[in-house]
Design a protein around this ligand. Structure first.
Ligand code: NAP
Length: 269
């Protein structure tokens, strides 16, 4: 059974852990300096938890080490892993922006590294994860890493490491964009006089139904939109405001570019 060490168990780390515990039989250990006490209670007594790496007797016993920490503390945390001497440990990083060159600089020797950009729906096993591997990663470890993320949603390989910054801005941060739209629709439904319960039902079911339709129908999003927004109708009245001078598209474009640029910038810190 594979031994996996998860370093950082915050929003994303705990979403991954929660779903992997349901979907895999791997043996998990976790390092998290503040949450370590609650993790056993929250997830499973079977998990070994540590405050720091110094508490781990044999760090070389792990098959996979996953970094799920903030980019801002990555250097401080990762350089502690330069104690690792075993060659066939697979490192997986979900840290936004931090490149293979960063890991090569702070780990003792060149290691097998797979960088992954998952997203929050991994919590409900509907994640979108994009992977890139460095040249040292064996075929077997590439297969293992893809399988790990396929257990909790869709997982695809990207060819270029630089594509991860783009993916971060689209699918990594993407759930928050959808939540923002849902938040606004819900709030405006309430402004129109609906109760919170009804506003929520209207918006959630519309979101679920629309995505399901998009998946099942042969038409793409633009065609489906046009099929609803018929001339002179109510939807067209709303869409013509959204699309006035392409303002909505321009706002979305500059928001995505801000996320993309932030990912590039975080990689340089
Ligand atoms: N959130 C997302 O949707 C998402 C999506 C894709 C990728 N990511 C990436 O995932 C990474 C984690 O993001 P997040 O949202 O999960 O952040 P987070 O909630 O802040 O989680 C990071 C966790 O690491 C802990 N930590 C702090 N110092 C540590 C140390 N020395 N050793 C081990 N753990 C330590 C933090 O504890 P404290 O909070 O107590 O400091 C926290 O529990 C980021 O690099 C982000 O780019 C996130």
């Amino acid at each position: 059974m594979k031994k996996i060490l998860l370093v950082g168990c915050g929003h994303m780390g705990s979403a991954l852990l929660f779903s992997w515990l349901k979907k895999t039989s791997f043996n998990f250990s976790v390092i998290d300096p503040y949450n370590y006490k609650n993790i056993k209670q929250k997830f499973s007594k079977k998990i070994s938890t540590f405050k720091t790496i110094d508490e781990i007797y044999d760090i070389n016993k792990f098959d996979i080490i996953i970094f799920a920490i903030k980019p801002q503390i990555a250097k401080k945390v990762i350089e502690k892993f330069n104690l690792i001497s075993k060659k066939n440990i697979l490192f997986i990083s979900i840290i936004a922006g931090k490149k293979f060159s960063f890991f090569n600089r702070y780990l003792n020797s060149k290691q097998q590294i797979v960088r992954v950009m998952p997203n929050m729906p991994v919590f409900v096993e509907k994640g979108m994860s994009c992977l890139v591997s460095n040249t040292l990663t064996t075929r077997k470890n590439k297969k293992t890493s893809k399988e790990l993320f396929e257990k909790i949603g869709k997982a695809i390989w990207l060819k270029k490491e630089s594509d991860l910054d783009k993916v971060t801005a689209i699918s990594g941060s993407g759930p928050a964009y959808f939540f923002l739209f849902v938040e606004y629709l819900e709030s405006i439904a309430k402004e129109l006089g609906f109760t919170s319960l009804i506003a929520r039902q209207l918006v959630y079911q519309t979101a679920i139904g629309s995505i399901e339709l998009l998946l099942q129908d042969k038409k793409n999003a633009k065609q489906l939109k046009e099929s609803i927004a018929v001339q002179g109708g109510t939807t067209e009245a709303a869409i013509s405001i959204f699309e006035k001078k392409s303002q909505f598209k321009k706002t979305i474009r500059s928001a995505i570019k801000a996320a993309y640029n932030r990912s590039i910038k975080l990689g340089k810190t």
